[in-house]
Design a protein around this ligand. Structure first.
Ligand code: ADP
Ligand code: NA
Length: 346
């Protein structure tokens, strides 16, 4: 079946890393490029989500701009996809409030991400009650805003990583609760599209996923890294002391992460197992694998970093695209909000 409306979002955290690219952004571009002509695509830089956590002052606007330039650089086309800052479309917040009036707090309490924040606080020896007082309400109700992001555009398909599967489930629950309460069918239950790339692992501690929050910046490759920086990081990637190359994500996570990366960029589209079988047999050194990965990553990222620099230098172009994206997204949201307000009798 043809997707009608595709929506996804990403937090404005500055320049994305290779995990963000392979796990999310690349799939956005592929969906855009293969979408039917009548499919609507929306990609939001979710700044309202970004303020649920403490962050350094003075950087949010820069990070938003960098993410906007990055989305253009990876190949999202503003004449095809609506790219916009979440906070410029107030309907997201309006629908969040309306949904929160029919959403269950019990369900929110069971969210894995919320529970992990609670237990993080527990670890620094706070009782669960104290933890709840330290944590902010925005973090608790985050999934309702996320549901509103999706539902306000009546998205039918939402590409996300595995970590967001539960939140999508909750969004569908919000649809059921709302439509049932108000005897309407104006909200649409979205389908989850899981990214084919599950987890790119940290180059320094391969049991953890590559993440912007890792203090060691050599653990991740940024979309703007030079060929030289990419090579350095990949050559220094932590592996193990075993000889040769094999694919065994549990026993040899570091080596297996590199084999997976080689597989993601393999022109013939071979799986990690097939690649090891065909090209990384006896006599092939780990160094050769690392060189291959560094070259493949650079080949993919070189045109992206060039376009990124070009876009970032064109300040007025970005300003205009930001305004145009917001305008289109407001129009998209308003169609839904008219029905919602009517159903709620507002
Ligand atoms: P981070 O972990 O760096 O904070 P985010 O949580 O902001 O990244 O993730 C943004 C998007 O990128 C999400 O869709 C997430 O699933 C994806 N993503 C983040 N890190 C990785 C990774 N290491 N491997 C695959 N996908 C990832
Ligand atoms: Na994260």
């Amino acid at each position: 079946t043809t997707p009608g409306v595709i929506f996804s979002g990403i937090q404005p955290t500055g320049v994305p890393h290779l995990g963000n690219y392979l796990g999310a952004l690349q799939q956005w571009r592929r969906m855009q490029d293969s979408a039917a002509a009548d499919t609507k695509l929306l990609f939001s830089i979710v700044d309202l989500h970004a303020i649920t956590m403490p962050r350094p002052r003075g950087l949010l606007r820069q990070w938003k701009r960098e993410m906007f330039a990055a989305l253009l650089a990876i190949g999202l086309d503003p004449s095809r996809s609506i790219i916009f800052y979440q906070s410029m479309v107030p309907a997201h917040s309006e629908l969040q409030w309306i949904l929160s009036c029919t959403a269950s707090t019990g369900y929110l309490n069971r969210m894995t991400q919320w529970k992990s924040k609670l237990s993080l606080k527990d670890n620094v020896s706070l009782s669960s009650n104290e933890a709840k007082q330290t944590l902010k309400h925005g973090l608790f109700s985050y999934p309702i805003l996320q549901a509103a992001d999706i539902l306000v555009h009546r998205a039918t398909h939402v590409p996300v990583g595995e970590d967001q599967r539960q939140h999508l489930e909750f969004a569908r629950e919000c649809v059921t609760n709302f439509n049932h309460t108000y005897g309407t069918s104006c909200l649409v239950a979205p389908e989850t599209i899981l990214s084919p790339v599950k987890r790119v692992m940290s180059l320094r501690s391969p049991l953890q996923k590559m993440s912007k929050s890792d203090a060691d910046a050599t653990s991740r490759i940024l979309l703007t890294d030079s060929a030289h920086a990419i090579k350095n990081k990949v050559l220094k990637a932590v592996t193990d002391s075993q000889d040769g190359i094999s694919y065994d994500p549990v026993g040899r996570p570091g080596v297996s992460n590199l084999v997976e990366l080689a597989s993601y960029f393999d022109a013939a589209g071979r799986t990690p197992e097939q690649l090891v079988e065909a090209e990384f047999g006896a006599g092939v050194s780990l160094k050769a694998l690392k060189n291959r990965v560094a070259e493949a990553v650079d080949a993919e990222l070189a045109p992206i970093r060039e376009r990124y620099a070009e876009y970032l230098a064109k300040g007025e172009l970005i300003d205009r695209l930001v305004e145009e994206g917001a305008e289109k997204a407001r129009e998209s949201a308003e169609g839904t909000m008219r029905l919602v307000r009517e159903a709620v009798e507002l």
